[in-house]
Write a protein of this length. Structure first.
Length: 507
């Protein structure tokens, strides 16, 4: 698949792919700024913000869209050649909009993201999987057809149409076939993704549509659920869409420019993109009848022992303080060290990683201690680590300290079906990409004004509530003779309306 073009070519033939090649429309600078400010205010006051994204948010990342003036289906329709230089999906990096959405989600402002894109950039940006619906799939994600466990790869899955990928589930007692998650034209949307998307669009008071033509059904109808429930829909797109009439606000501008302006207005920074690569270290041992210990130490991809480590140029393995052990160097898998030793219960192993070109670091080091216990009762318990929490912590630390090339423990577990060994996973930041300068914090005057305004609004709300309660109490305490005789029970507002003519007669 490798790119938007590869994806389009693998889809089954369909003559009608919607309207393509429509002209791009641009708001004037003055109107654009005014609309950006209005959008920022809408987001600031929103209680449940949902964002609905399309191919237009990834064009700045080097991935062409499909229906724009230079989109893939537009060029095909016009009989023009396809773009020669196109960014492969596995080399694409999240852009300004992706990282801004991550920041809003981390701040608790953005509650849910619905994406029609298959490029995997939302997950790479750090968006939490449980707060993301990928309606058309993800070319880096495959799922077990038996237990439904998801696998996120650092390589493209390649197949399309929810077909077997040739790999199997690694869950204990499962081994089910893995299938891709990319839907073809005639495939139904994945029920779990669609259900979550419907739930949040119905709950949303604001749905923000970014870079989408809103033409592909049934996905394009999801934002209308927010409108029908009384919420507002905002569309940011350079071309007209079939849903424009239902929008509260239409913005004709580049998505990155609009979102950058919104983040500035909200005094929110756009965080850098932190790329984390992961590596697996495992060892297994057993004692022989000769009272020697045979052990195997392996360095591999988290996706499989025979798969490449694209971020690694070479690996050196040494044994500090043990000159009798010969060092080992590996340029590609399999990276396996096998030894047999006598009277050995513990051994330190130093792993030096030489990173490939394109990484923002040259080397990284890991020190692993292997223990060889004769009795399983004496085996030390392997430390368990929260994988998601460890990755989030590593990403935040990288942003704060700007550190790359430092391997960090992500998870650890005993070797499968035995306690004779362990499996440990390390994450290492290999790239930190800044998209924009940090947004300046509000001045003291701005902060004071904002706090005063919030205090005044809160006080006004309390006074209004107190007045309403006082009025209600007065109405309840009035003597019955003062209440006009009516044939039906009337509300206090109706009683006031009957008294109004008497006041007019006195004047």
């Amino acid at each position: 698949m490798t790119s938007s073009l590869g994806y389009a070519e693998k889809l089954s033939y369909r003559a009608d792919v919607g309207t393509v090649g429509m002209p791009e429309l641009f708001d004037s600078s003055k109107d654009l700024q005014s609309k950006i400010e209005e959008l920022a205010d809408l987001i600031s006051s929103s209680r449940h913000l949902v964002v609905f994204t399309g191919a237009g948010i990834s064009t700045s990342c080097g991935i062409p869209d499909f229906r724009g003036p230079k989109g893939i289906w537009t060029l095909q329709h016009e009989g023009k050649p396809m773009p020669k230089i196109e960014m492969p999906f596995d080399q694409a990096r999240p852009g300004i909009t992706h990282m801004a959405l991550y920041e809003l989600q981390q701040a608790g402002i953005l509650k849910f993201v619905i994406s029609q894109n298959i490029d995997g950039l939302h997950l790479r940006s750090g968006i939490v999987r449980s707060q993301l619906a990928e309606l058309h799939g993800n070319c880096f994600r495959e799922v077990c057809s038996s237990c439904e466990k998801e696998y996120f790869r650092d390589f493209e899955v390649e197949t399309l149409g929810c077909k077997p990928t040739g790999r199997r589930c690694t869950e204990h007692n499962c081994g089910g076939k893995l299938v891709d998650t990319i839907v073809d034209w005639e495939d139904a949307l994945p029920p779990s993704e669609l259900k979550a998307a419907e739930k949040h669009t119905k709950k949303a008071d604001l749905v923000l549509c970014l870079g989408t033509s809103l033409q592909i059904t049934p996905a394009c109808n999801l934002p209308l659920k927010t409108v029908r429930a009384g919420g507002k829909m905002v569309i940011v797109n350079l071309q007209a869409t079939p849903k424009d009439k239902s929008a509260h606000l239409l913005i004709r501008g580049k998505v990155d420019e609009v979102i950058s302006g919104v983040m500035s207005r909200l005094h929110r920074r756009i965080p850098p993109y932190v790329h984390i690569d992961r590596i697996l270290l495992s060892y297994y041992y057993y004692w022989t009848k000769k009272k020697s210990v045979k052990w195997y130490f392996r360095i591999s991809s988290i996706h499989g022992q025979k798969l490449d480590l694209p971020f690694i140029k070479s690996i050196e393995v040494t044994f500090p303080g043990r000159p009798e052990f010969k060092p080992a160097t590996f340029a590609k898998p399999p990276c396996l060290v096998r030894r047999e030793t006598m009277r050995l219960t513990e051994l330190d192993v130093a792993i030096k990683l030489h990173f490939a070109d394109g990484c923002m670091c040259t080397t990284g080091e890991i020190l692993q201690t292997l223990t060889f216990e004769k009795s399983k009762k004496d085996q030390k318990k392997t430390e368990k680590v929260d994988t998601v929490g460890a990755l989030v912590s590593l990403r935040l630390r990288a942003v704060e300290e700007g550190i790359t090339g430092l391997p960090t423990l992500i998870r650890a577990q005993p070797f499968p079906d035995t306690s004779n060994g362990s499996i440990t996973e390390y994450g290492v930041v290999t790239k930190i990409i800044n998209h924009a300068p940090a947004v300046p914090e509000p001045t003291k005057e701005e902060q004071t004004t904002k706090e005063e305004q919030a205090t005044k609004e809160e006080q006004a709300t309390k006074e209004e509530q107190a007045t309403e309660e006082e009025q209600a109490n007065k109405e309840e305490q009035k003597p019955e003779a003062a209440i006009p005789v009516t044939t039906k029970r009337e509300t206090p507002s109706k009683v006031v309306q009957k008294k109004a003519p008497k006041r007019r007669r006195r004047t």
